[in-house]
Design a protein around this ligand. Structure first.
Ligand SMILES: *[C@@H]1O[C@H](CO)[C@@H](O)[C@H](O)[C@H]1NC(C)=O
Ligand SMILES: *[C@@H]1O[C@H](CO)[C@@H](O)[C@H](O)[C@H]1NC(C)=O
Ligand SMILES: *[C@@H]1O[C@H](CO)[C@@H](O)[C@H](O)[C@H]1NC(C)=O
Ligand SMILES: *[C@@H]1O[C@H](CO)[C@@H](O)[C@H](O)[C@H]1NC(C)=O
Ligand SMILES: *[C@@H]1O[C@H](CO)[C@@H](O)[C@H](O)[C@H]1NC(C)=O
Ligand SMILES: *[C@@H]1O[C@H](CO)[C@@H](O)[C@H](O)[C@H]1NC(C)=O
Ligand SMILES: *[C@@H]1O[C@H](CO)[C@@H](O)[C@H](O)[C@H]1NC(C)=O
Ligand SMILES: *[C@@H]1O[C@H](CO)[C@@H](O)[C@H](O)[C@H]1NC(C)=O
Length: 390
């Protein structure tokens, strides 16, 4: 017990202790962003904004990032037969197909790599690597998926920095999901990319994937837009973004609006985020499997959203005293085609901007530990108070 206090409780909880005292003395203390994060709506050139209360920011290329201790993302393991997968082959989703790639060290860098080329022109691969492998396992293509642990995302702006594979025959998907009829999808088919005529489509869908894989091609209808990217998505990381609002969904690439959808197909539930890289040989969709092992690289995901849980809504009500107060609401910076600096911005890296707004890092164990420590300090504080030490 003694050691546990020293190692886990004392150093980390000490600031909390003083915060408690501060809270006690000055009830007006507040933190930045306590009323939420404000996002542009429909593009950064409009003045419409929406506010979200919660956030998950995952920097997969950060020093020390470890998927094994990540409490926000869960690697998936399940097998699909070819009938279930609706392809020529089955799919084997396995945790070992999700690999963390570290950024190159300084000595690995080519001459002339400055901050800008690091983002814009890098051939390096860093972050989460979602692999589709070429060698079948018992008739299944080895593929990869990670999901957010939280399932309570009810409206939000979801942003992922991704570099696609150049190998033909995979489907890369970034999507928000509740069930097969409440789903917001960005799907990239690597076989559709064509360098010789600079054609890089992305399939934007509010619909069931069953319909798509059955060859549904409602190209140009309200719930299915094939949009063309103004860049080669296989040569570098770009930010793909889904904004999920009541009765309306927007899709972006590097802040450029790709499509806007409304109508009855817009979901109404709370859901979660999924990143997938797969192939099943279905000629109408993914094609493949690819001729070489293929990696989908994900550098970061940033999700700003409202929670459907009563607990989180109450937390917001308790901490947000005045939404109009200075810095009570923080603006989320946007990536634009000419300005990528927002890609390197994380609220969680700042002091005091994510207080009480994320469950990141909270496993059941650490939550219990926190309760323990808080109780300890509360007792200490009250004791001190009683003996007039403070
Ligand atoms: C947190 O932000 C609030 C409001 O801006 C400020 O008063 C307070 O001093 C900050 N606390 C720390 C620890 O930076
Ligand atoms: C999210 O929740 C906050 C707090 O309840 C609310 O002010 C805001 O309008 C909500 N955002 C959306 C898009 O509904
Ligand atoms: C999927 O199938 C492979 C090969 O039979 C097997 O090794 C693996 O354990 C299966 N995965 C799951 C989650 O059942
Ligand atoms: C998805 O959820 C909605 C809302 O609960 C429900 O109406 C719909 O039937 C569900 N769809 C499927 C395929 O289960
Ligand atoms: C790419 O586009 C060019 C020009 O439209 C066409 O000739 C070529 O067949 C296409 N390549 C593939 C692999 O589809
Ligand atoms: C490029 O070629 C593909 C065939 O690979 C075709 O489907 C697409 O329409 C072409 N795009 C342009 C802009 O010509
Ligand atoms: C680039 O974007 C950042 C973050 O949104 C912003 O603070 C900065 O002023 C922008 N720079 C230029 C030159 O517009
Ligand atoms: C937020 O604050 C409330 C009230 O202090 C507390 O009960 C809750 O556990 C906190 N949640 C997080 C995620 O910090």
């Amino acid at each position: 017990m003694e050691r546990r206090w020293q190692r886990h409780c004392w150093p980390r909880q000490l600031p909390l202790f003083f915060l408690l005292i501060l809270l006690f003395l000055a009830t007006l203390v507040s933190a930045d962003c306590e009323c939420g994060y404000s996002s542009s709506i429909g593009g950064s050139n409009t003045h419409l904004r929406a506010v979200f209360t919660d956030l998950i920011e995952s920097d997969f290329s950060a020093d020390g990032y470890d998927i094994n201790t990540d409490t926000d993302w869960v690697r998936q393991a399940f097998n699909l037969t070819n009938e279930k997968a609706r392809g020529a082959y089955g799919e084997m989703f396995a945790v070992e197909n999700v690999v963390v790639m570290k950024p190159p060290t300084i000595s690995d860098r080519k001459d002339g790599d400055d901050g800008q080329t690091e983002w814009q022109g890098s051939s390096s691969s860093e972050g989460l690597s979602l692999m589709v492998r070429t060698e079948l396992v018992e008739g299944m293509v080895p593929v990869a998926e990670v999901d957010t642990r939280r399932l309570d995302m009810h409206w939000g702006t979801f942003r992922a920095s991704i570099k696609m594979t150049g190998e033909r025959g995979t489907c890369a998907a970034f999507f928000w999901y509740f069930n097969d009829t409440q789903e917001i999808d960005m799907e990239f088919l690597s076989k559709e990319f064509n360098r010789s005529n600079s054609s890089y489509p992305v399939n934007l869908v509010l619909q069931s994937r069953e319909a798509m894989q059955a060859g549904f091609d409602a190209h140009g209808t309200k719930n299915f837009v094939k949009a063309y990217l103004p860049f080669d998505p296989t040569s570098d990381y770009h930010e793909y973004r889904i904004d999920y609002l009541p009765n309306r969904v927007y899709f972006f690439a590097d802040g450029i609006p790709l499509a806007e959808m409304d109508g009855p197909a817009v979901p109404t539930s709370a859901g979660h985020l999924i990143l997938q890289h797969w192939s099943n040989g279905n000629k109408l969709w993914s094609g493949g499997p690819p001729a070489k092992d293929s990696a989908l690289m994900v550098k970061y995901v940033k999700a700003y959203f409202n929670s459907s849980t009563i607990q989180r809504q109450q937390d917001w009500q308790n901490r947000c005293k005045n939404p109009l107060a200075h810095r009570a609401v923080c603006n989320i910076p946007d990536v634009t085609p000419t300005n990528y600096s927002a890609a390197r911005w994380f609220f969680r890296d700042q002091e005091n901007m994510t207080n009480n707004q994320t469950l990141s890092g909270e496993s059941e164990g650490s939550r219990l530990e926190r309760v323990w420590c808080m109780t300890f300090y509360a007792l200490l504080f009250v004791t001190g108070w009683a003996f007039a030490l403070w």
